[in-house]
Write a protein that binds this ligand. Structure first.
Ligand code: SF4
Ligand code: SF4
Length: 321
C-alpha cells in the first residue's frame, strides 16, 4: 500500500473529526442531515474517543501533510459537527485541544450561534466563555482557529436529499459516482471524515451512511493503518452507495440555470423544511422533510451529464407536503 501512487489511493486533502451530529440549527438542506435523525441517532462522541481520533488524525498528518498533493491550507486538524460547541463536554474538549495538543493547529468549524461578546481574554475557560458570546468573531488563538460560518436568514442551501436518481432515472448507482467525479465539489476537495468511529471518503457520505445504513459502510479505524489509503475500487464501493442519493453529484448550477420548472426547488433557506425525494424519504425522521417528486423517464443508455440534464429539463416537478 505504501508504494501506491497518490492517484491510486484517496487523495486525502483534509481530515475532519466529527464530535457530534447535533446542532442548534436545522438548516434546510444541511449536508450533515441535521434535523433528519431520530433522537436515538443523535450522538456526542465521548471525550476519550475524540482524543483517540485526534491522535489518529495526527498520525495521518505526520504521514501526509508533507506530500506534494496535500494542500498547505488543510494542514490543520478540523473539529467538525453538527455544531461542535453544543457537545455537552465541549469545554473539556476545548481544554484538551489547548493543553494536550498545543503543537498542533486546530480549526473549529462553527455556525457562530453561540458566540456573543467583544474581547478575547488571554486564555482558557475565560476565552471560551467570551467566544461563546460573540456573534461574528473569526478568532485565531494559539493553536485554535475558529472558522465561523454564520448562517443568515437569507442563506440558501443545496437540497442534499433530492436524490439525483429520482431526477434522472438511470438505475445504475455507478453513473452518479461518475457524475460526482466530474461535478461534485466535495469529491474534488477529497475531504475525508472520521464519523462515529468510522472513516468516509467524503464528509457527506458519513451522515448518509448513518441515516440509510446505520453506519455499516464506513472504513474501520483499526490499529495503526492509515484509514484513508484506499484503492479506487474501495472508494467506488463506498461512493456508489451514496452519490445517487446526494444532490451534489448533479451539481446545482446547471439544474438551477437550465430547468425552469425546478427554479424554486434548490432555494432552501435556513429554517425551511428540507426537500427530500422518493429514494430518501422513508429514512428521514417523520415530518422532517418535504417530499419532492419527479416524473422521470428511465434511461438505461444514459451516458453523459448533458444527456441527463436534457432529460431532466423535460421532467415535471411536483411538490407534496
Ligand atoms: S448550522 Fe451547519 S450543521 Fe447546523 S444545521 Fe445548519 S448547515 Fe447543518
Ligand atoms: S455526490 Fe458523492 S462525493 Fe459528492 S458530496 Fe455527495 S456523496 Fe460525496
Amino acid at each position: 500500500m505504501d508504494d501506491m501512487e497518490p492517484s491510486l489511493k484517496i487523495r486525502t486533502k483534509a481530515v475532519h473529526i466529527l464530535i457530534t451530529n447535533a446542532c442548534n440549527l436545522a438548516c434546510g438542506g444541511c449536508n450533515q442531515l441535521v434535523g433528519h435523525f431520530t433522537k436515538k441517532k443523535i450522538f456526542h462522541v465521548p471525550v476519550a474517543e475524540v482524543r483517540a481520533h485526534i491522535e489518529r488524525a495526527i498520525a495521518i498528518a505526520k504521514e501526509d501533510w508533507h506530500q506534494p498533493w496535500f494542500p498547505p491550507v488543510h494542514r490543520n486538524l478540523s473539529i467538525y459537527g453538527g455544531e461542535p460547541t453544543v457537545h455537552p463536554d465541549w469545554p473539556e474538549i476545548l481544554h484538551m485541544l489547548y493543553v494536550e495538543f498545543p503543537d498542533w493547529p486546530f480549526v473549529v468549524l462553527t455556525n457562530g450561534r453561540s458566540f456573543k461578546g467583544k474581547k478575547l481574554p488571554a486564555s482558557g475557560h475565560a476565552r471560551f466563555d467570551y467566544i461563546k458570546r460573540r456573534e461574528d468573531i473569526i478568532a485565531h488563538d494559539k493553536n485554535i482557529f475558529w472558522r465561523i460560518e454564520l448562517k443568515q436568514d437569507d442563506d440558501i442551501f443545496v437540497p442534499t436529499l433530492i436524490a439525483p436518481i429520482d431526477v434522472i432515472g438511470d438505475p445504475d448507482p455507478v453513473h452518479y459516482y461518475d457524475m460526482a467525479r466530474k461535478n461534485c465539489g466535495f469529491y474534488d476537495k477529497c475531504e475525508t471524515l472520521i464519523y462515529n468511529n468510522k472513516g468516509y471518503f467524503c464528509i457527506n457520505a458519513a451522515p448518509m451512511d448513518w441515516l440509510f445504513h446505520d453506519g455499516a459502510n464506513g472504513w474501520e479505524l483499526d490499529g495503526a493503518k492509515h484509514p484513508f489509503k484506499r484503492t479506487n475500487e474501495e472508494i467506488e464501493a463506498q461512493a456508489k452507495l451514496f452519490c445517487h442519493r446526494c444532490y451534489f453529484s448533479i451539481n446545482r448550477n446547471p439544474v438551477i440555470d437550465v430547468i425552469e420548472e425546478l427554479k424554486h426547488i434548490p432555494t432552501q433557506p435556513i429554517g425551511s423544511k428540507s426537500f427530500v425525494s422518493e429514494t430518501n424519504i422513508d429514512y428521514v425522521k417523520p415530518g422532517s422533510g418535504q417530499l419532492v417528486t419527479f416524473d422521470k423517464e428511465p434511461l438505461p443508455d444514459l451516458k453523459t451529464l448533458e444527456e441527463a440534464l436534457e432529460t431532466a429539463i423535460q421532467a415535471k416537478a411536483g411538490i407534496r407536503s
